[in-house]
Ligand binder design. Sequence first.
Ligand code: NAD
Length: 716
Amino acid sequence: MIFKGNAVSVQMLEAGIAELNFDLQGESVNKFDSTTVSELGEAITALENTEGLKGVLATSGKGVFIVGADISEFVPLFELDPAATGEHLTKNNSNLNRLEDLGVPVVVAINGFALGGGLEFCLACDFRIASATAKVGLPEAKLGLIPGWGGTVRLPRLAGADVAIEWIASGKDQKAEAALKAGVVDGVVAPEALRDAALNVLQQCIDGKLDYATRRAQKKAPLQLNTIESMMAFETSKAFVAAQAGANYPAPVIAVKCMQKAAGMVRDEALEVEKEGFIKVASTDAAKALVGLFLSDQVIAKNAKGWEKKADKKIAQAAVLGAGIMGGGIAYQSALKGTPIKMKDIAQAGLDLGMSEANKLLSKQVNRGRMTPDKMGQILSAIDPTLSYESFDSVDMVVEAVVENPKVKHAVLADVEKHVSDDTIIASNTSTISITHLAEAMQRPENFCGMHFFNPVHAMPLVEVIRGEKTSDKAVARTVAYANAMGKKAIVVNDCPGFLVNRVLFPYFAGFAGLVRDGADFQKVDKVMEKWGWPMGPAYLLDVVGIDTGSHAEHVMAEGFPDRMAKSYKTAADVMFENERYGQKNGKGFYSYEKDKRGKPKKVATQEAYDLIAPVAADSKDFDNEEIIARMMIPMATEMARCLEENIVGSAAEADMALIYGIGFPPFRGGIFRWIDSIGIEKFVELSDKYKHLGKLYEATDAQREMAAAGKKYYA
Ligand code: NAD
């Protein structure tokens, strides 16, 4: 052993070959944390000082190679001044340059994920041999950043500008075979053959059969492009990359600009350009928000894993009651992810519809070549459509997804309880009705909780798992384990009408109702909120959710929170409802819907909707964007603050992720609490005071005022 640290070690194998091994102690994966960076420097010094060294084999002692930089170290990094950020980059860049400048060949065996800094390390080596199961990529853009350890320098020089632009701008992971095709790795072998294959390549370099020196020179020289080629590669892609990323995500374009600026430079100069680019993106709000979001995502993943560990059993057989929009979606998702499911309805027509929806979704995948017809058959046969409770006694978990009516739900829940075992967990997919209230009909309320999916089930990641007053830990644990098995992001919340997401969504709709009442143009409100980052504005969202569904839920919410959610006036949505304009589902709502060329509903605004709204709205008034945003967002943000204060949700991180995964809150804002932090709670309270004449939904809470006075943040 010529070097031994807590993350990196170097030992001599035979005949002058050293193995540089990454194995971060106390962690399940390797990452480039500050320990690894420092130790890599020391390990390279040891290599530089080893007499008779002929070659280096780089390996990992984990199931992955290196998953990237330690993101949790980024937050303090962003607090540093630009010079300190630059120093942080320089430290590892100097490691990688020294590795690339060693007098002997270096070959890396990539056994699993090599992402971000992990791939940048591999790019500094002379040859890259990957296991067929490895995945590589530069995902920094997804965090609002650009590669900072030579990714924008070495990747274009090695694989060409087009590959580098595509990989860096998209941030996508690539399979080993794709990386081989793109010229990013030099060989792909079966996992068990990896070490020998990499050693073999290294030996060929040592024996002079493989020319590693030319490879190395290519990575250190300017890009081999003439002016026209360079313009074609960079200028044309810049517009495309900008359009794909959108104005709120500046990192991909900055990455392309860095590569373009550094194209004519040698490695060390090009690295300086990359450093400047990194410092620039690291100071953007988008980077801070996206890094924060990554960390919050880890919080919810950890919580969900923790619950799963507590689950008494894996769900071998599930059932869903109701084969409608939601029940059909739940059955599809469960079967797709490997849990067989019974789908019960009271009407054969319902069952047929549920099966045909699943069929449609699966056929799409088969047509796109993503699934074999055999697999499709297997998945469909894992859904058992039924009109009876036969063999429900062997079901581990039932999800109730019948109509949103407390009386019907009470009857169905009491009924199903008679047909399942004492041990079966029953969960309701209700969108709004209190779980504690629904549990009143049950003999075993401890085995009951909420499991709130979002529509469409296959596409929306969030599942709220709701704990009623009598819900046991066992029920929560098994339900979270089922959500995990279905590939969903589970967040456990406490019970109240609307739970977390719908409880804060209706105040947002109330903000919209007030604006239209006061003369705002609903199309303008939609445009402003879409520009703010929402996937769709409130009028369009109401149309997609269904005006009838929304109206029904609004009543439940008004009953639950009469002091602030009961309305004192007729809203534009009420008018739509009265006129049976239910939105997308029947072709007319705030907008009218026509089919586009691909048969998808396309929205068009018509005078008809404006004429209907006119009697309940003031004369048309042009609100400025700032006012629209404030009037829409304050009620949602304040209600979310109440949810946190009342312990409906356990942390700001969970609340933020729930809105991002449940209703597409703009990710580049990092979540609703990060948004409040970004403008400052003091400013938020001031803004609330400005609009408090609009009603209680606009009143900041006492705790928010205390936070403002104490200069506190939601994320300390
Ligand atoms: P839906 O009307 O599409 O489907 C309801 C189904 O339940 C119908 O097929 C009906 O035949 C069946 N049904 C009625 N009584 C039954 C009984 N006694 N036993 C078995 N089946 C019965 O409704 P949906 O939109 O799928 O909503 C179902 C539940 O999911 C509701 O509680 C709703 O609030 C909730 N939810 C809906 C959405 C959404 O966007 N649609 C989103 C989240 C949650």
